[in-house]
Design a protein around this ligand. Structure first.
Ligand code: PMP
Length: 448
């Protein structure tokens, strides 16, 4: 049955799991940053629509028409949720990863990309073929803004990227190398909230810095959107990307929303039906294609109408409930963890901006003398608690935070960290709507 805090009950994860002792307990799912359970309302909406779905933009039949209308309404709902500006487009994708790869495929020639090393790999890696400058992880929000300003001011016309001295990251180089110079197109990609530390990034200030230097900015809101209102207009970001499965909708759909021009001018992300307006055979035997200018240009194939509908349902529910109560609850749960473990000297929380920095309901830590993967396995086997362990698809950030070469130490036989030493991977606990206090209290007890 549904659980969670009114007015955002979630459905799912209400399961009993066996412990090594043979005892059974309710599973404590504390990995919302990976995927959140869907809201009860989302499942209800999807269940009500499921018997009627049809292929969109493809038929005069009633169900096809209905699905087309619901799909286009879903686009409008998402646009409202993100407070889009006139002329912005909402493209339905598979996920945040897909959205950022779509934008990467739509970059104008000679575009320079600026990205902090602390990003999730989905934001760090898609920019193949562009000239990329990787910025060191900052130690405060102010320093993030200064570092970006400096990097943008130094945008130089030479084709070599600045490489992180201590990182194995390379400029993705590729072709064509930029000869754009200071006035060529540039894109900044930045997270709204870190998937490792949960810390909030100064998005508005970074957007102002980008625009002051003639660059554009895309916000990776995969972790921010489930916890805070995201307004394209107020933040003044050019694009935003997020995933349905972290925003209390099921898997399979994501969003890229924002300025239409680069998207309209780019080759379609996928070539095929739905993206093409007119296809004709040429005299020379080849094929001539006119592509759509709308979001459909990048949505070739039969769209995931249920996924889009589910995202829109979650957006509506979150928009109506507002984020105030959810954020206050998450803050309280963060305090439960921090206060409950304050006197456990072996536990070290990870942060770039300091332990007191504002964050969403995501905390990562290491435990002296423990391999984090073994620690997480013990939380599961002995307490029925599900957390994430490892490197969180953010290897350069983990390297900076842990000061060594991070390793996925989950395999059998991986060495324990020596007493007094920290593991070179970490443990992440995260929560949101539907997390009962008891789960977080049990987690604190288990770690103690
Ligand atoms: N960015 C951030 C900050 C994330 O936390 C994640 C998911 N862990 C992604 C991007 C990628 O999201 P998805 O796996 O849904 O594409």
């Amino acid at each position: 049955g549904p659980s969670g805090c009114a007015p955002l009950p979630v459905l799912g994860w209400d399961v009993t799991v066996p412990l090594v002792t043979g005892e059974e307990v309710t599973y404590a799912a504390l990995d919302y940053a990976a995927s959140a359970p869907a809201l009860q309302r989302v499942w209800d909406d999807v269940a009500a629509y499921a018997p009627y779905y049809g292929s969109v933009h493809r038929g005069a039949g009633y169900l096809s028409q209905l699905s087309t209308e619901l799909f286009e309404n879903a686009r409008r709902t998402v646009a409202e949720f993100l407070d889009c500006r006139a002329g912005d487009q909402v493209v339905f994708t598979r996920s945040t990863t897909d959205s950022l790869n779509l934008l990467a495929a739509a970059l104008p020639d000679d575009c320079q990309v600026f990205v902090f090393e602390s990003e999730h790999h989905a934001a760090l890696l898609p920019w193949r073929g562009a000239r990329v400058t990787f910025l060191d992880a900052p130690d405060s929000p102010e320093q993030a803004v200064r570092a970006l300003e400096d990097a943008l001011a130094a945008r130089d016309p030479s084709p070599s990227s600045r490489l992180l001295p201590h990182s194995r990251l390379r400029s993705s180089g590729g072709t064509p190398m930029s000869r754009g110079g200071p006035n060529g197109p540039a894109l900044v990609c930045v997270t709204g909230a870190s998937n490792v530390t949960g810390e909030l990034w100064p998005v508005r200030e970074l957007a102002a810095a980008a625009h002051a230097h003639g660059a554009r900015i895309v916000l990776d809101a995969a972790q921010l959107a489930p916890h805070h209102a995201v307004s394209l207009r107020e933040l003044d970001v050019d694009w935003v990307a997020f995933s349905g499965h972290k925003l209390y909708a099921p898997f399979g759909a994501g969003v890229l929303a924002g300025r239409a021009d680069w998207l309209r001018e780019a080759e379609p992300y996928l070539a095929g039906g739905g993206a093409s307006r007119k296809v004709t055979r040429r005299e020379d035997g080849g094929v001539e294609v006119e592509w759509h200018d709308s979001a459909a240009r990048h949505e070739a194939g039969s769209p995931n109408v249920i996924g889009a509908y589910a995202i829109a349902s979650a957006c509506k529910a979150l928009g109506e409930a507002g984020f105030g109560a959810l954020a206050a609850r998450e803050e309280r749960l963060i305090r439960t963890v921090r206060d409950g473990l304050a006197d456990v000297s072996e536990v070290r929380f990870l942060s770039l901006f300091g332990d007191a920095a504002p964050r969403v309901g995501v905390l990562s830590f290491v435990v002296d003398g423990w391999n984090s993967s073994h620690f997480a396995a013990a939380l599961s086997a002995e307490y029925g608690i599900g957390v994430r362990d490892g490197l969180f698809c953010a290897h350069p950030l983990l390297r900076t935070l842990l000061g060594g070469d991070p390793q996925d130490q989950g395999e059998c036989g991986a060495p324990e960290a020596a007493p007094g030493e920290t593991s070179l991977n970490a443990i992440r606990v995260s929560f949101g709507a539907g997390t009962p206090d008891e789960h977080v209290e049990r987690f604190v007890r288990a770690v103690r």
